[in-house]
Write a protein that binds this ligand. Structure first.
Ligand code: AKB
Length: 316
């Protein structure tokens, strides 16, 4: 049977690239992009598109029926830094949106649901080095609290109702196609834009702030690999730890300096420093590697080369 996929939050940093990868795999007409905003990239508009506010559960049901959807990738959320500016709205958007999707999946017997969690689901009492799959989780941002609660809901819908929901705890995601919006790891994207524009970079995180990060092609591969594996191999129904690299701002700057020796970085930490300090510095993702064969491809220097190459091409 042909799968019919709905990507909610398709215009975001992850959604825009994931939608195109899913269209390559399943065919353009079988992947419906949905977002509250109109498509910014022309290639995203080249395929079915629905304007959708995830808080409108009735319309969500109508879109699912109209396109005979069998799988949902629900990516719409407010991230960590933006969430702190509007905590109650962040909670409403992140939690109600997920619950509408899970309820619909139960009612309409959808084949699969994908929902992203994050390293933000961990907190200050979590072991920060090589953070295990199972450990203390005491997130202290509204985004992190919504991710931790969301993980529990995913497992609940799987256990109680058999909804085949799958999830990854993403590190900071770095890509060149669509800028991120409102995260604590966003500096690691912005630094490349500044480098290619030949301007000095000021980091809102202090020197020595290590965070887990991942290049977008690895994140897309992990997501599709997890969704395509047989259900029996998905042993974690809350969310899988996922990792490829960890670095501090001065290390990404040093990697960029191998290409642009004159590039400079300075530091002006703001409120996001406290958020970063409550998150893991590195992640143990051995369970993802053992259960469904996860393997990353990019390290810091390989990512730097690819980012700079593509940003230069876009500028030319
Ligand atoms: C953020 O910084 O809020 C996100 C995340 C780590 O989930 N990139």
């Amino acid at each position: 049977m042909t799968e019919r996929i709905l990507v909610i939050g398709a215009c975001g940093q992850l959604g825009s690239e994931l939608t195109l990868a899913l269209r390559d795999k399943f065919g353009k007409s079988n992947v419906v992009a949905a977002d509250i905003n109109p498509p910014t990239q022309p290639d995203l508009a080249d395929g079915p598109f629905e304007k959708l506010n995830i808080l409108d559960a009735k319309r969500l049901g109508e879109v699912v029926d109209a396109h005979k959807i069998t799988q949902i990738y629900h990516l719409a959320a407010l991230l960590s830094a933006t969430g702190e500016k509007n905590p109650l709205f962040a909670w409403e958007l992140n939690m109600d949106g997920l619950l509408y999707v899970l309820e619909l999946a139960k009612e309409k017997k959808l084949h699969k649901v994908y929902w992203p969690s994050s390293i933000a689901a961990f907190g200050p009492n979590t072991p920060r080095q090589n953070t295990p799959q199972h450990c203390v989780m005491d997130p202290n941002t509204v985004y992190g609290i919504s991710k931790q609660a969301g993980e529990r809901w995913c497992e609940y819908y799987f256990q109680k109702f058999g909804v085949d929901v799958r999830s990854l705890r993403y590190p900071g995601l770095i890509g060149y196609k669509t800028p991120p919006g409102g995260g604590t790891t966003d500096y690691a994207v912005d630094i490349y834009y500044k480098a290619v524009d030949k301007v000095p970079f000021t980091s809102f995180l202090q020197k020595g702030t290590y965070l887990p990060m991942m290049y977008m092609p690895d994140a897309i591969k992990a997501t599709i690999d997890l969704m395509e594996v047989e259900a029996e191999r998905v042993k974690i129904r809350s969310s899988y730890n996922l990792s490829s690299m960890s670095f501090a701002p001065e290390e990404v700057a040093a990697s960029i300096q191998k290409v642009y020796p004159d590039f400079t970085i300075s530091y002006a930490p703001d409120f996001r420093q406290k958020i970063a300090d409550s998150w893991p510095m590195s992640i143990d993702d051995s369970q993802a590697r053992a259960d469904w064969g996860w393997q990353h491809q990019y390290d810091l220097d390989a990512m730097t080369h690819d980012m700079i190459h593509n940003l230069e091409k876009m500028k030319a």
